[in-house]
Design a protein. Structure first.
Length: 366
């Protein structure tokens, strides 16, 4: 019926066709004015501008016009199409703007003057344990020192009674750099510098050397539940006249009791370390399994915490201190393992995982 009407218009002449185009434009304007939902616009577009729409039908049937009338009516038809397309685009923008405004109005009122309850961050468990240890040793008169992670062969080995051909070097898989330096494999690498820094106060003023120096260490070794190639230690030294093993045990038990807020069972096992003589392994009862045995303690009930012992005379002598007059103890406390014990972390690899979900549960005791 629609196309028959169009052919009838062509028979009646160009005036009726022009009138029909104007009617389509006027009707489209009226219909678009009454549309209130975006979903209604698609049916309008198909009906008026689609392949079988009103305007398309007129354009396809213009072949019945004379050669003189065809360009003029084609221009008018395109003008009407462009006009309707513009009205349609404007309507789409108008309705989209209304939807956005409705969403804004439906949102709850937000008072910007009310303080936010921002989520509180947390420190890494190793950082918490390190700060607690530092606070305990500071209260006992120890100075807290920092030292570089990149050291020389002399600092890491030779100054600690480990010459180049010493078999003890095979005990540590060290990361060497191209320039001959290395990533420190233990915090003991700072010992020589600490002795030289405080030597004058010890000798001339009688002030004992009491210092701790925490830091990150690196070893090229396989990882498992209780070993990592990147870990944290805290070296501690005390040098004065008449220092003995009893002093070492007292300071270590005091520190552990403060960190865990309870008495901790410890034991000393004989151990070989070139920079101490005699040397010991200080173990604590595994707090994860209660001493019954688990993967973290290799089912022994004890967890190796730190090597320690009386500073070797050669190490004191290398630091400019007379070993015949002064003695001292040194220890290398494993902060990573201490954090595992305090917070019940069963796998050391979790500490380096970067999982915020896992690490955010730890908060400062204060």
């Amino acid at each position: 019926m629609f196309y028959e009407e169009i052919y009838s218009m062509f028979r009646k002449g160009r005036t009726d066709l022009k009138q029909k185009l104007e009617e389509i434009r006027a009707r489209a304007k009226a219909e678009l004015g009454s549309v209130s939902e975006l979903s209604e616009l698609e049916s309008f577009r198909v009906r008026v501008l689609g392949k079988k729409g009103e305007l398309t039908g007129i354009l396809k049937s213009m072949g019945g016009l004379s050669a003189e009338e065809r360009p003029k009516m084609g221009q008018l038809a395109n003008e009407v199409r462009q006009n309707i397309e513009k009205m349609l685009a404007d309507k789409i923008e108008e309705l989209k703007a209304r939807e956005v405004q409705r969403e804004i109005e439906s949102m709850p009122v937000f008072d910007i003057s009310v303080p936010m309850e921002a989520a509180q961050g947390s420190y890494h468990p190793i950082t918490l344990v390190q700060r607690q240890c530092e606070a305990v040793f500071k209260s006992m008169g120890f100075a807290v020192e920092e030292y570089s992670e990149i050291v020389t062969d002399y600092e890491c080995f030779e100054a600690l009674n480990i010459p180049k051909d010493h078999p003890a070097r095979d005990m540590q898989d060290t990361y060497y750099l191209e320039n001959g330096q290395l990533l420190k494999s233990h915090t003991s690498a700072a010992q020589n510098a600490i002795y030289k820094k405080y030597r004058d106060a010890l000798v001339n003023q009688g002030k004992p050397i009491k210092a701790i120096f925490p830091g990150r260490c690196f070893r090229n070794e396989a990882t498992d539940a209780c070993h990592e190639n990147t870990f944290f230690q805290m070296e501690g030294v005390m040098v004065d006249k008449n220092i003995s093993i009893s002093n070492l045990i007292f300071f270590m038990k005091t520190m552990l009791s403060e960190v865990f807020q309870k008495d901790i069972n410890v034991r000393l096992r004989p151990g070989f370390f070139p920079f101490v003589e005699p040397g010991f392994e200080l173990d604590i009862s595994c707090l994860i399994c209660g001493g019954e045995g688990c993967p973290s303690c290799k089912h022994s009930g004890w967890l190796e915490l730190c090597p320690c012992g009386m500073i070797h005379p050669n190490v004191l002598r290398e630091g400019g201190i007379d070993p015949d007059e002064y003695t001292g103890f040194a220890f290398g406390l494993g902060l990573t393992r201490l954090a595992m014990m305090k917070y019940g972390i069963k796998d050391i690899r979790d500490l380096n995982s970067g999982s915020l979900k896992a690490l955010s549960q730890f908060t400062d005791d204060k």
